[in-house]
Design a protein around this ligand. Structure first.
Ligand SMILES: Cc1cc2nc3c(=O)[nH]c(=O)nc-3n(C[C@H](O)[C@H](O)[C@H](O)COP(=O)(O)OP(=O)(O)OC[C@H]3O[C@@H](n4cnc5c(N)ncnc54)[C@H](O)[C@@H]3O)c2cc1C
Length: 518
């Protein structure tokens, strides 16, 4: 099948879905190609056994580690991409993240745009994704041109108690920004029932502001937007000059098809966007499309994250626990010369079944009741430290088209430093630090490189074509009509969750494309 569009967008997740939503009002003919299908709405969505033990919503795929050993990456190929499973903690990068930052293992490089450049698009993304929060509470955040569309999600009593104790101990706790469709005044618009199944689960009632519910679904009846599911893009072909993408090769439900558009945008996620480019090598682009700089696939990042459960004497009956964040250690401390350590936020509440999935070896013999007792008292935190872009941390594709991932951690000192700060903080508020343990959560620490939830980098944007893949508008330097609009463009990842930055940048790219097409 051959058909022609104004714009083809590959991938319907945070980047691709948001871009399609931004471009749709232009009336341009848009084709959204998604390798997955709609995630089924079923009771298993909220079943920790199905989600964490059986991995029901992890899409089959096989990647290979540097020793050539196959592994199942934690990928989610659905309409909406990884946002179908995300925790919807929708943070902006801090202004400092857009500049160079020195760490013990090296430099986190600057972005080619500043916080001020991205700020209007952060605001648009926060309004599109219905973010609840309170700009101004967190002293590390940059200026916001507009308040969040919704007030912060209120803390439940146990979390409020922790927040009060933290403030009393001299810390600056703030309400975490959450993208959920909750109206605490219970007006009819509210679909969220404030459950515990948000972080790492699909939302059965479609009340999580993910890319499917918020960005893609509203487009489905528009005459100018076509979504094709089960449509995996396998390669891009160019004209003889090598400057223009002329064809998008697709395997749709096993059938080879070809589509054409004036503009092609890749938003298949950091690993798969790189894979598509590398698989599109040709005579004009022997190292892979847009890869004259040899940067495609390199500088893969995914955060140094740690899920931590703190066991307290008091029971914790919190249902929606993700309302609190602490950024006291996010920025460098010029008084002590300390490098930035990262972000602390609360995680979705532990439960006995999820613990079995997270720690199968440790919990194998534990009776269910004992695990339930532990879960009933645990308070769960998520620590994130920035990892650094390294040329050898990379996605490559072999001659058989298989994906290989090499990755070594950086910033171990900062990661450990943040964990120590958490323990000190817990001690100060009366939660004994020796009852703290790091656990596996959705990053799948058991096979560290398989935890690809926060994958970013691989095709960074920049002004220098010899060290970046795309220019400041996210157009591939070497092509006239190829753009990138997902987490692949990150030159550095910061230490907050990446999705809002992907969405904001996709809106920025969308505005640019609307102008170009006009
Ligand atoms: C469990 C979990 C929890 C998370 N929690 C948070 C959070 O709380 N806050 C936050 O900010 N971030 C969170 N994230 C990360 C966030 O979801 C990602 O950073 C974000 O979705 C990345 O956007 P993207 O557009 O790059 O990729 P994706 O959103 O993954 O979109 C890529 C899309 O491309 C499709 N695709 C891939 N290959 C092809 C192909 N060849 N052809 C066609 N389509 C293709 C995929 O199926 C997918 O739909 C979480 C992720 C996970 C997995």
């Amino acid at each position: 099948m051959t058909d022609r569009y104004d714009v083809i967008i590959v991938g319907s997740g945070a980047g691709g879905g948001t871009l399609a939503h931004t471009l749709a009002p232009s009336g341009r003919k848009i084709l959204l190609l998604e390798r997955g299908n709609f995630l089924p709405r079923e009771m298993a969505n909220w079943d920790p056994g199905a989600v964490f033990v059986d991995g029901k919503y992890i899409s089959p795929d096989t990647w290979y580690d540097p020793d050539g050993k196959p592994f199942q990456p934690q990928v989610h190929y659905f309409v909406g991409g990884a946002t179908k499973m995300y925790g919807a903690a929708l943070y902006r990068l801090r202004p400092a993240d857009f500049g160079d930052i020195a760490y013990s293992d090296g430099l986190s490089p600057a972005w080619p745009v500043s916080y001020a450049d991205l700020e209007p698009f952060y605001t648009k993304a926060e309004w599109l994704y219905q973010v609840h929060g309170n700009h101004g509470e967190d002293p590390t955040e940059g200026p916001a041109s507009k308040q969040y569309p919704w007030p912060p999600v209120s803390h439940e009593p146990r979390v409020q108690h922790i927040a009060d104790n933290l403030a009393g101990a001299g810390y600056y706790p703030f309400h975490s920004p959450c993208g959920i469709m909750l109206d605490e005044d219970h007006r009819p618009a509210s679909t969220c029932i404030r459950c515990a199944w948000c972080d790492g689960y699909p939302c059965l009632v479609h009340a999580k502001a993910d890319a499917e519910t918020v960005a893609v679904r509203p487009l489905l009846n528009l005459p100018n937007v076509t979504l094709l599911v089960d449509a995996e893009v396998t390669g891009l072909r160019t004209d003889p000059s090598g400057r223009t993408v002329t064809e998008v090769a697709v395997s749709r439900a096993g059938q080879a098809e070809t589509y054409r558009a004036d503009i092609v945008v890749l938003a298949a996620g950091a690993a798969n966007t790189a894979k598509i480019l590398l698989r599109s090598a040709s005579e004009q682009h022997p190292r892979g499309l847009a890869n004259g700089s040899d940067q495609v696939g390199r500088n893969y990042m995914f955060h140094n994250s740690k899920a931590v459960a703190a066991l307290a004497k008091e029971p914790n009956d919190t249902v929606y626990q993700k309302t609190l964040g602490v950024n006291d250690f996010y920025l460098a401390d010029p008084r002590t010369g300390r490098t930035p350590l990262g972000n602390i936020q609360m995680l979705g509440k532990s439960n006995a079944m999820a613990m079995k999935g997270e720690e199968p070896a440790l919990t194998k013999l534990a009776p269910r009741m004992a695990l339930e007792e532990v879960a009933a008292h645990s308070v769960d935190f998520w620590l994130t430290t920035e990892d650094l872009p390294q040329p050898e941390n990379r996605i490559t594709v072999d001659s058989a088209g298989r994906t290989h991932l090499s990755y070594s951690f950086t910033n171990a000192k900062e990661t450990e430093g943040l964990y120590e700060e958490l323990k000190t903080l817990l001690n100060k508020i009366g939660m004994a630090a020796h009852h703290v343990w790091a656990k596996n959560f959705y990053m799948n620490m058991a096979v560290p490189i398989a935890g690809v939830a926060h994958q970013a980098g691989t095709c960074r944007f920049g002004s220098d074509p010899s060290s970046s893949v795309a220019d400041v508008n996210c157009k591939a330097h070497e092509l006239d009509n190829l753009y990138l609009a997902d987490a692949s463009i990150f030159p550095s990842i910061g230490a907050v969750n990446p999705a809002l930055t992907v969405m904001a940048n996709a809106i920025r790219v969308g505005d640019h494309l609307a102008q170009r097409l006009a």
